[in-house]
Design a binder for this molecule. Structure first.
Ligand code: ARG
Ligand code: ZN
Length: 468
């Protein structure tokens, strides 16, 4: 789903229909222009990650059914992707890393397919017309191979001794299901996860019914009914202690900890509840159906803001990181970036939320945090690498986080607290469940403040030097 492209797509379709109407060439009797079907692009158009995602369709729903056996690390999966073609498609791609693909159907008819790196190319028996809704079902199995990058650590579907740790930012969803693996295409998800009895499976959203056990296996069903980027999908599984209830403000809250982190359970539950409610007062209504967090025994060296269930990788999470991951539910999850170069819209906002939380508690003002950062020497790397440009080789660099946060503080000082906090709420409300760009944020800031802010944003986001 690409919410803010809907109108554009509609206009383009109408123009297309009008342009086609008076064609000289006779149309086939069924009215289809056969020549209009062509291959969908192997990338969604992100110049920094050219192979990520795919072109030619827009996903409307993912249904992921996996059976995972921790002992053999074997995953057997059937993923059904429902999508709408944005061009006539003779073939199209999904992203999938590893696994043996045993069958692919499109609209229930067997399709031919081929693999090339992480691209799965599907050729339907009948081409898909522009604008048509279609269903592609992929059956696959194998041992998942998580990804590793020097600056990214290990990510994707990561087998652990008792299950799996599933954190896929930026492009590791394809290590466990065939996907349009880029945040520019979001969709609701249904999960059916079968594991050996005694293992708990935790996916996004809320549980559907009670888990069912038969023949020594338990099946869990989860549904995330709001649009979600593929990198935020999880099926973290293993031995877990759970605490469930509601936040003081009434939002369903689920905390889960690996037995090794049992002592973190109550703190995780309580702090996640407090912070979800707190951010709702600062950023506007919580966008999803539940909140919480998961601590698993895998030393990832990072946490990930998995939608409704942030995942903490092998450490006891403190308030700051919980504040960060829950702020992402608004900035990053409800509002998603269209291109990775705008990552500061996620990480700068979530880092600024940490500053705001400290300010709220009275431990340190955001101004003090800003000054500390601004006082770093002119030779510090954050000044050389501006946060508004992608560094595909070091995506989650310090600048995106802390100089991104400082950008927001500089803005707050320029427009005043009243406008700044109204802007945060309007930004979250205007683009709820949608996609955003840096330009849209600058435009809204200028509109709400009545100020010309291009110099401020240019200095903080784009110049390779310390702003004055
Ligand atoms: N978005 C996460 C956070 O800021 C970081 C994810 C890093 N991903 C990775 N593969 N290292 O909390
Ligand atoms: Zn973050």
């Amino acid at each position: 789903m690409r919410y803010n492209q809907r109108g554009v797509a509609l206009v383009a379709a109408l123009v297309g229909i009008l342009a086609c109407a008076p064609a000289d060439e006779p149309s086939p009797a069924n009215g289809h222009q056969v020549s209009d079907h062509r291959a969908g692009a192997p990338g969604i158009g992100d110049t920094d990650f050219p192979k990520d995602g795919n072109g030619g369709y827009d996903v409307g729903h993912y249904a992921i059914a996996i059976d995972y056996t921790p002992a053999g690390r074997r995953l057997v999966g059937v993923t059904t992707v429902t999508a709408t073609a944005t061009q006539g498609l003779s073939s199209f791609n999904l992203d999938l890393a590893g696994f043996d693909v045993s069958a692919v159907t499109v609209n229930n008819a067997p399709a031919t397919f081929s693999r090339n790196g992480d691209e799965l190319t599907v050729r339907p028996a009948r081409p898909v017309d522009n604008g048509a809704r279609f269903t592609v079902k992929v059956s696959y199995s194998g041992v998942p191979t998580p990804r590793s990058g020097t600056t990214l650590g290990t990510y994707g579907f990561i087998p652990t001794p008792d299950g799996a740790f599933v954190a896929a930012e930026p492009n590791g969803a394809k290590t466990w299901f065939p996907a349009n693996d880029h945040p520019a295409d979001k969709a609701p998800f249904d999960f059916t996860i079968t594991v050996p009895a005694g293992v708990t499976a935790l996916a996004n959203g809320e549980m559907v019914g009670q888990p069912t056990t038969a023949g020594g296996k338990t099946t869990y069903r989860w549904r995330e009914r709001y649009p979600m980027a593929t990198y935020l999908a999880t099926a973290t599984l293993g031995k877990f202690d759970l605490r469930q209830g509601r936040t003081p403000g009434g939002i369903p809250n689920l905390a889960a900890t690996d037995p090794r982190f049992r002592s973190a359970l109550d703190g995780l539950y309580t702090t996640s509840g407090t912070l979800t409610d707190h951010w709702a007062t600062v950023f506007g209504p919580y966008p999803f159906g539940s909140t919480g967090g998961v601590v698993d025994d895998f030393a990832a060296g990072y946490a990930l803001e998995n939608q409704t269930k942030p995942l903490y990788g092998g450490f006891h999470p403190g308030e700051n990181i919980i504040a960060h991951e829950l702020a992402h539910q608004w900035f990053g999850n409800s509002l998603s970036i269209t291109r990775w170069k705008d990552l500061w819209l996620n990480e700068g906002f979530a880092t600024y939320a940490e500053w705001l939380w400290a300010e709220h508690k009275g431990t340190r003002t955001a101004e003090a945090a800003f000054r500390e950062l601004h006082n770093r020497p002119a030779t510090a790397p954050i000044w050389k690498y501006p946060p508004g440009r992608a560094r595909p080789d070091d995506l989650f660099n310090q600048s995106v986080y802390s100089r991104g946060a400082a950008t927001l503080h500089a803005l707050r000082k320029a427009v005043g607290d009243q406008t700044f906090f109204a802007l945060l709420k309007k930004w979250a409300a205007d683009h709820r469940y949608g996609h955003v760009t840096t330009d849209q944020f600058i435009e809204l800031a200028e509109q709400m403040s009545g100020k010309e802010l291009s110099a401020l944003f240019d200095a903080w986001l784009f110049q390779p030097r310390r702003p004055a």
